[in-house]
Each structure stands twice: as structure tokens, then as C-alpha cells.
Design a protein around this ligand. Structure first.
Ligand SMILES: Nc1ncnc2c1ncn2[C@@H]1O[C@H](COP(=O)(O)OP(=O)(O)O)[C@@H](O)[C@H]1O
Ligand SMILES: [Mg+2]
Length: 312
């Protein structure tokens, strides 16, 4: 592979590198300065290469005797750089919208010429509070994501009963469910299991999935929650009779800020961070998550968590 790579690089690079090289060799005096060039190589897979030419002095350090050419595959670095810029631009946009809206409301309220009624004032204040609340949620989610990625999450790993955790999480969501007339069914079976994990973290996984199963459900819909043992894992499944997802939406589900935009998700608010936290958490516990979904019919999430904590 490496030889192939070297050959391919030589094939693609010559003109530019040769120019640099002959420039260096042509110098009458030795200058200790290397030069780098970055290339994109188009092919079946796009690749980025950085080539550095460094001069080697002759014995009395007067002339350039030769050149060392080092080629480095920087494809991965470029991809990470790209992701970072995308991420920064998305975050800035998500931060800007609610701040701009709130400033707009405050400006109007602060303007005596507007002559606002008490009712209008209350309305603007309510809307500002709501925008800022969802901004705070987003910032908290981002902090959670970065704690997971930087590995600075403080966990208290203890033996937990997933059945009672699920029951608690369902109870926390009942209020939201009632608003849309949704019934949550929970069958936990006879057996009792334990998992070793941090309570808050597992609860967050469960409430995120349950909240989605209600949010992306229809009026009068249903949610089915089951719990069972599967090999070394405890498996809990959350199935809803909601709006479902298109295959291309399902694929991007766990990316930060991803939210499906189609006729059915219109008017449903969110940050697109919940599932990315879910995925990162499950990964940390060396578990897995599976998704089945049919557009217009419903979605199933299956979460496998190891009974025994693998790490730490
Ligand atoms: N149960 C579900 N049914 C249909 N679509 C879902 C479901 N759960 C998640 N999604 C889709 O995945 C997207 C990302 O979910 P999530 O990360 O929780 O962010 P949010 O709920 O804030 O939009 C949602 O916007 C929605 O399009
Ligand atoms: Mg969500």
C-alpha cells in the first residue's frame, strides 16, 4: 500500500515540486529554508498530501547540495479541520438567532414611541424568555457533548435497576405525553437485571429517546417500551407510532445539530443535539444503539448496555 501511495504521489506531484526543487538547487548560496505545498489528489477517494522540500548544504555550507522531499498524507487532518469549521458555523448560527430575536423584543419594549399595551409587553417578555430558555438548553447540551468528548464527565458508576430507571423516566415524560394524548406502554417482564452505570447519564439517554418518541409522534399515538436480557447486554426498546424518518434522515440521526426537515417535522422545535449525546454516552459504555424507522409509520430505537461496566 505504501509503495503504491508513493508511486501515486510521485505521479501527481512532479511539476510543482520540481519547480521548488530546481529553485532551491539553483541557488548559489545555501539558505536553510524549507518549503511546503499542499495538494488535493482527486480520485476514487479524495486525498490531501503535504510535500515539504528541505535543502541540504554542501560540506562548507555555501551551496545547496541536495534536497529532502517528504510527502505526508494529511487527508484525515483536513477532514477534521472541515468538520470543525462546519461545527463552528452551525453553533454560531444557532446562538445568533435567539439572541437577535431577544434583542429585537427588548428594543421594541424600550422604545417609548412604540406605545405598547401591557398585553403586548407580556407577550414579548414571554417570547424572549422562551427563546433564552431554549438557548440555555442548547448551551447545556453542548457542554455535555464537550465533556463527553474531552472525557471530563464526572460519573458515579453504581449498580442500577434499568426497569425502575425506565419507569421513572416514563413518569417524567407523562406530562408531555398527556398533552398529545399519547399512551406509553411499559412491559418489563418478570426477570430483574442490573447494569453498572451512572444514574443521571442513563436517565438522560432514556428521557432523550422517550421525549423524541412523544415529540415526533402524532396526536393520540402510542409508545411501547420493553426491557430484556440479550447476551451480555441489557436491551431496552422504545417504539413509537409517530412520523418516522426517511432513509437518508435516519443515516444522519446522530450527528450534532441534525434535524429532519420535512412536511411532518414542521413546527416541532429542538436543537438536534439529543441523539448525539445519546450515541456518545452509549459508546462510552461500550454499548450499541440500533434504529428502525419507516417514514409516516413510526420509529424503533434499541439500546444495548453491557451488564458489567467495561471501563474504569
Ligand atoms: N422517534 C423519532 N421519530 C421520528 N424522528 C425522530 C425520532 N427521534 C429523532 N428523530 C429525528 O432526529 C432528529 C434529531 O433528534 P435529536 O437529536 O433528539 O434532536 P431534536 O429532538 O432536538 O430535534 C430530530 O429532529 C428528528 O428529525
Ligand atoms: Mg430530541
Amino acid at each position: 500500500d505504501e509503495i503504491l501511495l508513493a508511486e501515486r504521489i510521485l505521479e501527481v506531484l512532479p511539476q510543482e515540486v520540481r519547480e521548488i526543487a530546481s529553485d532551491m538547487l539553483g541557488k548559489e548560496i545555501f539558505e536553510d529554508v524549507g518549503q511546503s505545498v499542499q495538494f488535493k489528489i482527486a480520485g476514487a477517494q479524495e486525498m490531501f498530501v503535504e510535500v515539504t522540500c528541505s535543502p541540504i548544504p554542501d560540506n562548507d555550507k555555501k551551496k545547496t547540495a541536495g534536497i529532502v522531499v517528504v510527502a505526508k498524507d494529511i487527508t484525515q487532518y483536513k477532514q477534521i479541520e472541515n468538520l470543525k469549521s462546519q461545527f463552528v458555523s452551525m453553533v454560531s448560527h444557532e446562538l445568533k438567532a435567539p439572541v437577535a430575536a431577544t434583542i429585537g423584543f427588548l428594543d421594541i419594549m424600550n422604545n417609548p414611541k412604540m406605545n405598547l399595551s401591557e398585553e403586548q409587553r407580556t407577550d414579548f417578555l414571554t417570547r424572549s424568555t422562551s427563546r433564552l430558555k431554549s438557548l440555555l438548553t442548547m448551551v447545556n447540551d453542548l457542554l455535555d457533548i464537550s465533556r463527553i468528548e474531552l472525557n471530563t464527565v464526572k460519573r458515579e458508576i453504581v449498580k442500577l435497576d434499568p426497569a425502575s430507571l425506565l419507569a421513572e423516566s416514563i413518569q417524567m415524560m407523562e406530562f408531555e405525553a398527556k398533552k398529545k394524548n399519547i399512551t406509553i406502554h411499559f412491559s418489563k417482564g418478570e426477570a430483574t437485571f442490573t447494569i453498572e452505570a451512572d444514574k443521571l447519564e442513563i436517565e438522560r439517554v432514556m428521557t432523550n429517546l422517550l421525549s423524541n418518541s412523544i415529540k415526533y409522534n402524532r396526536e393520540g399515538g402510542e409508545v411501547f417500551v420493553t426491557l430484556q436480557k440479550k447476551g451480555p447486554y441489557v436491551l431496552f426498546e422504545i417504539r413509537d407510532t409517530g412520523i418516522g424518518m426517511k432513509p437518508e434522515e435516519k443515516e444522519r440521526l446522530f450527528s450534532e445539530f441534525f434535524r429532519a426537515k420535512n412536511e411532518m417535522t414542521k413546527g416541532i422545535h429542538g436543537t438536534g443535539l439529543g441523539l448525539s449525546i445519546v450515541k456518545k454516552t452509549i459508546d462510552w459504555y461500550a454499548g450499541k444503539i440500533e434504529t428502525d424507522s419507516e417514514y409516516g409509520k413510526g420509529t424503533t430505537f434499541r439500546v444495548f448496555l453491557p451488564e458489567k461496566a467495561a471501563k474504569e
